[in-house]
Design a protein around this ligand. Structure first.
Ligand code: APR
Ligand code: PHB
Length: 390
């Protein structure tokens, strides 16, 4: 069987790409290692830049997002218990972000793709790529014990950090950059009312905390924890107490406790692989880069990659113009590094690294104090938070 584009991975990158190609009449098959329930159950971040919202609207998968998404025009930064407001809307000429869980967005994208007759092969095992340097690439996989082969024109590896796509690129062509942070985020989902009308990013002597939300009745909160911590170390009580402490007495009294229905610890890392293409293979989203979650750029970066890649594939299939494909990596990576910079900067300013009593620690604190005291500083933060254009 021949298909113009084989997409590996049905996370947000792969699903969005498949939709963007479909609305221009270009067929694709998505090969996904996990089952649908697993993909739809993964808990991820929940802040959409307007560029991402725009892509959802463009493909017409926006009904539930429009109805349930919450627009936010600012964030709070709390330092040692004192809250400061960053009025992003005023600082960026009216821009906002939308609170809508990636989990919900993924469910919407899968349902719509299947409703339009889209081909998503769940539980596709042993996916392997052949001939990426030739003009006849192909992808093999096993489904229900039977081996299949798809020949194609292009392969999009939207298969996340642990995927097979990046590993198929010749090692000597790939340069990787990495920073691992000495802490993780313990995150909980709970049935409770949000602490405030907007997100609170808190920097405190005991570490970072974040109060986020999914709706008026569900909150998503995080606290910075040492990398070695296990989920068993964190009872619900310990979590709520720690969150309150890091918010300081004023905001602590606003924390509504509720039933915790999900709790997990995620490590923080920055990672970039260059280039994002080789021959007929193109990487998008977490397959090519990871950001720490401070600033919620992961999903939004996947969306901008896929925007560039879909435009390039459309130009090739509709106008036989290959320039976009040749320039994809360069174009995508320029925006990737800006989001990497912002996520690293937010992470450094707001977390405790254990070296506060050193030159680096003092400079990080001065940076935070400066940003919060200067319109230029706040504008820089706001402009990046709402998302750079693509
Ligand atoms: N074969 C088939 N599918 C695979 C393989 C493989 N060898 N390896 C991984 N996958 C699938 C995963 O099961 C997953 O469903 O690829 C998908 C990758 O999805 P994500 O990890 O969600 O990555 P991406 O779509 O790029 O989404 C961007 O933004 O907020 C961040 O990390 C967060 O998921 C988020 C990401
Ligand atoms: C979330 O709601 O999960 C979230 C929000 C903002 C972040 C990270 C995660 O920076």
């Amino acid at each position: 069987m021949h298909v113009p584009v084989v997409i590996i991975g049905s996370g947000p990158s792969g699903l969005l790409l498949s939709h963007l190609l479909h609305i221009r009449g270009i067929a694709s098959v998505i090969l996904e290692r996990k089952n649908r329930q697993h993909v739809e159950g993964r808990i991820r971040a929940g802040v959409l830049e307007m560029g991402t919202v725009g892509l959802m609207r463009k493909i017409g998968v926006d009904q539930r997002m429009n109805a349930e998404g919450i627009l936010h025009g600012g964030i709070y930064i709390s330092v040692d218990g004192k809250r400061h407001h960053i009025n992003m809307k005023a600082l960026t000429g009216g821009q906002t972000v939308m609170i809508y869980g990636q989990t919900e967005l993924t469910k919407d994208l899968i349902a719509a793709r299947l409703a339009h007759g889209g081909d998503i092969v769940f539980e596709a095992e042993d996916v392997s790529l052949q001939g990426i340097e030739s003009d006849k690439p192909s992808v093999r996989y096993v489904k229900d014990g039977a081996e299949h082969q798809l020949s194609c024109d292009y392969i999009a590896a939207c298969d996340g950090y642990h995927g097979v796509g990046r590993r198929t690129m010749p090692e000597n062509r790939l340069k990787t950059f990495e920073r691992v942070y000495p802490f993780g985020w313990l995150g909980v989902l709970a049935k409770a009312k949000p602490v405030a009308d907007e997100l609170i990013y808190a920097s405190h002597a005991r570490g970072f905390a974040l109060c986020s939300m999914r709706s008026e009745t569900v909150v998503r909160h995080y606290v910075q924890v040492p990398s070695e911590d296990k989920i068993e170390d964190w009872s619900d009580d310990r979590f709520w107490n720690e969150l309150r402490t890091r918010l300081g007495p004023d905001d602590a009294s606003l924390v509504n406790e509720g039933e915790v229905f999900e709790k997990s610890i995620a490590p923080l890392r920055s990672f970039v692989a260059e280039p994002m293409s080789h021959g007929r293979l193109f990487l998008a989203g977490d397959a090519a880069h990871i950001v720490p979650p401070t600033g919620a750029k992961g999903l939004n970066l996947a969306a901008s990659d896929v925007h560039y890649l879909s435009e390039a594939l459309i130009a090739k299939f509709c106008e036989n113009d290959e320039r976009g494909l040749a320039q994809y990596s360069q174009k995508a990576i320029a925006r990737v590094w800006k989001a990497e910079r912002f996520s690293w900067w937010m992470t450094s300013m707001l977390h405790r690294f254990g070296d506060e009593d050193s030159f680096d620690g003092r400079v990080r604190r001065a940076e935070l104090d400066y940003v919060l005291s200067s319109d230029a500083g706040k504008t820089t933060l706001a402009e990046n938070y709402v998302g750079l254009p693509f």
